[in-house]
Design a protein around this ligand. Structure first.
Ligand SMILES: Nc1ncnc2c1ncn2[C@@H]1O[C@H](COP(=O)(O)OP(=O)(O)O)[C@@H](O)[C@H]1O
Ligand SMILES: [Mg+2]
Length: 468
């Protein structure tokens, strides 16, 4: 018995499919470490929830640490405010350092905390004024960065990487302090080996542009869903590390179900693993396991959909209803407005709020899509029923057990059943509708011999001639 290697709702242990991002980030890290230079632009990876931003940022942290960099991680949007949160984290990370180095840094951190003051008050002030440098704190923050880097170097570290998750939720003063400090460092402190990497929801560029004037300091990079190959690796590699293999047909089916959305992929992997009863090395994960996992995956997804649906206002729900009625793929913004009897401008506030909440996304010009695969179907089903249904959000894999039981209940207990099930899996990978064949055989009411699974196998082979 081995525990599941999958991580639904947790930071991924590996991030397959992110080679392009990581190679750009590695290049920036090398620039900072090898040349001891400032990375002048703040990289922000942008995507809806569940696409893998935090996991990518944690991988960046691991890589930076592995190269001797001091890393400071904050999740923005907490009461404290971005700059005080960074100051706290720097204090925490440098606690074990030699006393002289620490003393000076400590003084600077204290002065920064005093200057920045209570974030609640500062936030109000920031909203009222036009984007301009905050009155206090920029120089102090810059000093803290410089001094943290100096202390880090004297402790044998190679630089400083600041990692900011959920950057779209950062307070205005915090973002401006960071932005202006980086602006100064870029012109006066190029020899300071420091970098900022961030992640945020799709509204991050807008949220940052609203409070910082020099948007060229920030480099936004959309993070996409996983390609089918990356998704297949994300499922098979953790299993293989435990000596467990996925049957190719089951793997293909799982990849198709997840539609590249990493959270769904982890749910499917995890539930399939449990359906195989925490397999030992040498076990195979088959279509049967995937099928047995189906109910638990849809229940978990439905819970997620429901939680998100209930966070939306009535107007936002109307908007999503109109979207879902138009189909599963990306839909035209104009069509949604028309369905609501409004102009495109008339629905733009609702649309923007739904994007901010991470429920929908604008993949192409004038297009809108739900961020989680299966959401449109959920909304349609929700509309049909009084109570939110636990309905299939993804097409279920064929249920061989039920179909074969209808032909002859002895089939699924026959010693040849596993071979037959594997044959059916392979047959379903061709263009043949195997379910239809099985239903046709069932309605023939044949009498099978004492080897019903083998007999059925011959019949299936007759219908799917090019199967090995
Ligand atoms: N590259 C990846 N491959 C497979 N699974 C991933 C990958 N990145 C993230 N995940 C999984 O997807 C889910 C969401 O990841 P997370 O990093 O929290 O996304 P976000 O921060 O964008 O909401 C988690 O269950 C995580 O384990
Ligand atoms: Mg996250």
């Amino acid at each position: 018995m081995q525990p599941s290697p999958y991580t639904p709702g947790e930071v991924a242990r590996q991030v397959p499919g992110r080679a392009a991002q990581l190679s750009e980030i590695d290049e920036r890290l090398a620039y900072m470490i090898d040349l001891q230079r400032l990375v002048g632009r703040v990289r922000v990876d942008v995507a809806a929830r569940g696409v893998g931003k935090t996991s990518l940022l944690r991988e960046v942290q691991r890589r930076a640490e592995a190269r001797g960099v001091l890393t400071v991680w904050v999740t923005a949007g907490e009461d404290l405010g971005l700059v005080p949160a960074l100051a706290n984290e720097i204090t925490r990370q440098t606690e074990g350092w030699s006393s002289e180095t620490r003393k000076r840094l400590r003084t600077l951190l204290d002065s920064l905390t005093v200057t920045v003051g209570v974030p609640g008050v500062a936030q109000v002030e920031a909203r009222l004024s036009a984007p301009a440098p905050p009155a206090h704190g920029v120089r102090e923050f810059e000093d803290v960065v410089r001094h943290t880097v100096d202390s880090a170097r004297s402790e044998g570290r190679t630089g400083l990487a600041i990692l900011i998750d959920e950057i779209q939720a950062a307070d205005a003063v915090g973002l401006r302090t960071l932005g202006y400090a980086w602006q100064h460092l870029q012109s006066e402190g190029q020899n300071v080996p420091a970098a900022v990497f961030a992640a945020g929801l799709p509204n991050a560029p807008e949220a940052i542009a609203a409070v910082v004037t020099f948007s060229e300091r920030f480099a936004y990079r959309p993070l996409e869903r996983l390609s089918p190959d990356a998704a297949a690796i994300a499922l098979s590699a953790p299993a293989r590390a435990s000596g467990v293999e996925w049957d190719p047909a089951a793997l293909d089916q799982a990849v198709a179900q997840a539609q590249g959305y990493p959270y769904t992929l982890q749910l499917i992997g995890h539930a399939t693993w449990l359906a195989a009863a925490n397999p030992d090395a040498g076990t195979r994960l088959t279509m049967q396991h995937l099928q047995a996992a189906h109910r638990s995956v849809t229940t978990d997804l439905a819970a997620l959909f429901r939680a998100r649906w209930e966070k939306a206002t009535a107007g936002e729900q109307d908007f999503m209803r109109a979207m879902s009625a138009l189909g599963d793929g990306p839909v035209q913004r104009g069509d949604v407005a028309r369905a609501l009897g409004a102009s495109t401008r008339g629905v733009s506030v609702t649309r923007a709020r739904l994007i901010d909440k991470g429920l929908i996304d604008a993949p192409g010009h004038g297009e809108l899509d739900f961020t989680i695969p299966g959401f449109a179907e959920y909304v349609r089903a929700y509309d049909d029923a009084a109570a939110p249904p636990v309905r299939s959000a993804i097409a279920p894999p064929p249920d061989w057990v039920t179909l074969c039981d209808r032909i002859d209940p002895r089939i699924t207990t026959d010693p040849n059943w596993p071979a037959l099930a594997a044959q059916l899996d392979r047959a379903s990978q061709t263009r043949t509708d195997v379910g239809a064949i099985l239903r046709a055989i069932a309605s023939d009411h044949r009498d099978f011999t004492d080897q019903p699974a083998r007999s059925l196998s011959y019949l299936v082979a007759d219908h799917v001639p090019d199967l090995d």
